[in-house]
Design a protein around this ligand. Sequence first.
Ligand code: AQP
Length: 336
Amino acid sequence: MSEINKKIVFSGIQPSGEPTLGNYLGALKNWVLMQDEYECFYSIVDLHSITVRQDPAALRAQIKKFMALFLAIGLDPEKCTLFCQSHVPTHAELAWILNCYTMFGELSRMTQFKDKSQKHADNINAGLFTYPSLMAADMLLYQTDVVPVGIDQKQHIELARNIAVRFNGIYGDTFKIPEGVIPKTSAKINSLADPTKKMSKSDENINSYILLLDKPDDIIRKFKRAVTDSEAIVRYSPEDKPGISNLMNIYSAVTSKTHDEIEKEFDGKGYGDFKLAVGEAVADLLKPVQSEYERIMKDKDYLEKIYSEGAQKAYYVSNKTLSKVYKKVGFIKKGF
Ligand code: AQP
């Protein structure tokens, strides 16, 4: 069933809000580019999203939105497998096993755990702590070669690799060791309100992010308000000019212009012109995605068919790895 000759890609996104421009430029855009060359498994990782409290009705709606957006950005279910993590029980099963091969100290060092436990001090649950073992399971189940992600996930990929090497060291070759693929200019798109921080879909300030479904007027308004500096020169310097450099990264990722070309284009012009150009470029990029999204959302049966077929295939492929793991650790075969 799986095209074994192609290299395998796995990546996921949490439905913990609505996808942002950061998610798109950091990860989703690469997902689309990779679907022709690789055997790709792309998941809405809903099990991960409940490590932070979610409203059930909102979560249900978000998951469907994400699936429709997967299709609207150009992911083709004929070329890649699209599924919800909670529909494929092997993820939670392997995560338990891997928890027993992941050290407390390793999990304590994860910066995302530290950040999120500060942000959600009233709900530092065990799932938030062991989230990286589930993420390792996500990747290792598919014998993944490549994981396209933003830079914030680098530490989690390193940990998954360490867990896989440890397990292979004890039981012999079981898991392929995956590599992370991180884009150059859009590895970390920052918040428009605080350009020293990552743009995040769960940020409380709606002006800090651009959603893929934001209307053109809102997009332009948010870019106009973006925090910059008082130098009034469009120059790339992430240390001294984080706001302008972030906007340059966005403009570069959307238009494929280099930083040098952008500096020349806006030489002698003020920030107003530059911000407007970035806003218009992003709004133009998202317009066709939004109309395709509207079309797909009207066909709920089609959406259900895509994620149901995706889950069946993901289960078939991932269960091979899980069965191997169960055998290696010493569990006996089911009699039914
Ligand atoms: N700002 C970003 N710049 C570049 N890449 C990003 N990614 C996320 N934000 C940026 C990449 O998007 C993929 C999916 O991420 P996720 O939703 O699973 O989790 P996250 O990294 O925690 O993203 P958010 O938006 O910050 O979510 P919340 O607010 O729920 O925590 C990943 O590949 C990620 O690197």
